[in-house]
Write a protein that binds this ligand. Structure first.
Ligand SMILES: C[S@@+](CC[C@H](N)C(=O)[O-])C[C@H]1O[C@@H](n2cnc3c(N)ncnc32)[C@H](O)[C@@H]1O
Length: 270
């Protein structure tokens, strides 16, 4: 493969309104796809979420609008409806909007909703997948979501329903030998672990992986009986996935994620 930079030339005179929903990967900026880099580099507007690594904005051309629309900082927080309208407004005004989202945009990312809305307003849409924390969160901690002899499947769940209740599907998952990956679940860790205890699986291995793939990555490993107390003793503050199942027992030691030597030399703008 050639290592020459990809040269990005804005198409002259084109202001075709369009939306590309782009997966930024789980954190490490080198885990973005080349197709995603190309989309960012040709964007007129980049609307980015809290979990998309901001370093990736360096791929955008100097004149592009870069707007944070996530919920984690002390910024104005958009409702999903307001965000949908913002995307459409930017597309009509500027042309190519990139919606940059952490992980994969279709895994608890609302990327599909945003595309549907934009499409209903006559905006052309495209999707660029990303590496999801649902798989890479476990992988970065040396755990395979499927593993011969340990797990034939994996199940990715959100910890809660739309109304904030504990996801009732967790109790079904606890009846199986699948690898369970819970997103957005740390605040419910004790209740989740209790579900496995109630299923008679006190010793079921569990892990919490915080800031997966980033230099601040932290792994806490225990079982359904111990994990909540372990995490309470040293609380999780960053994004984290909960991994439940035998695969945790088979984790392999990996080198710790290092500070990346990030460079946008992959792309030049003309
Ligand atoms: C709104 S969901 C978005 C998931 C994202 N679309 C994906 O595919 O990874 C946010 C949740 O993803 C998980 N997450 C995202 N990035 C993570 C990371 N680097 N390490 C651990 N968990 C992460 C956490 O459970 C977090 O609460």
């Amino acid at each position: 493969m050639s290592t020459r930079p990809i040269t990005m030339r804005p198409a002259p005179g084109t202001h075709r309104p369009r939306l590309t929903v782009v997966g930024a990967g789980p954190g490490d900026p080198e885990l973005i796809t080349l197709k995603a880099v190309r989309a960012i580099a040709t964007a007129d507007v980049v609307l980015y979420d809290a979990l998309a690594n901001e370093v990736l904005l360096e791929y955008a051309r100097p004149g592009a609008v870069k707007q944070y629309v996530g919920k984690r900082k002390a910024h104005k927080s958009y409702t999903q409806e307001a965000l949908n309208d913002l995307i459409v407004e930017h597309a009509l005004l500027h042309g190519h909007v990139v919606r940059l989202k952490g992980g994969d945009p279709f895994v608890f990312g609302r990327g599909h909703e945003e595309m549907q809305y934009a499409q209903s307003k006559g905006i052309a849409v495209a999707y660029i997948p990303g590496v999801s924390s649902a798989v890479a969160g476990a992988g970065a901690a040396g755990m395979a979501v499927t593993l011969r002899g340990a797990s034939r499947s994996f199940w990715t769940l959100t910890a809660t329903t739309d109304t904030g209740e504990l996801n009732p599907e967790l109790a079904f998952a606890a009846q199986t030998n699948t690898t369970v990956v819970v997103l957005m679940g740390v605040s419910k860790l004790a209740e989740i672990a209790q579900i496995w205890q109630d299923a008679g699986k006190d010793n079921c291995p569990m892990a919490v992986v915080e800031n997966a793939t980033l230099p601040q990555q932290r792994i806490v490993t225990g079982d359904a009986q111990s994990i909540a107390a372990q995490v309470a003793a040293d609380p999780i503050t960053g994004p984290a996935v909960i991994i439940i199942g035998e695969t945790v027992r088979h984790s392999i030691a990996l080198p710790e994620p290092t500070h990346f030597n990030f460079s946008t030399q992959l792309v030049t703008h003309e």
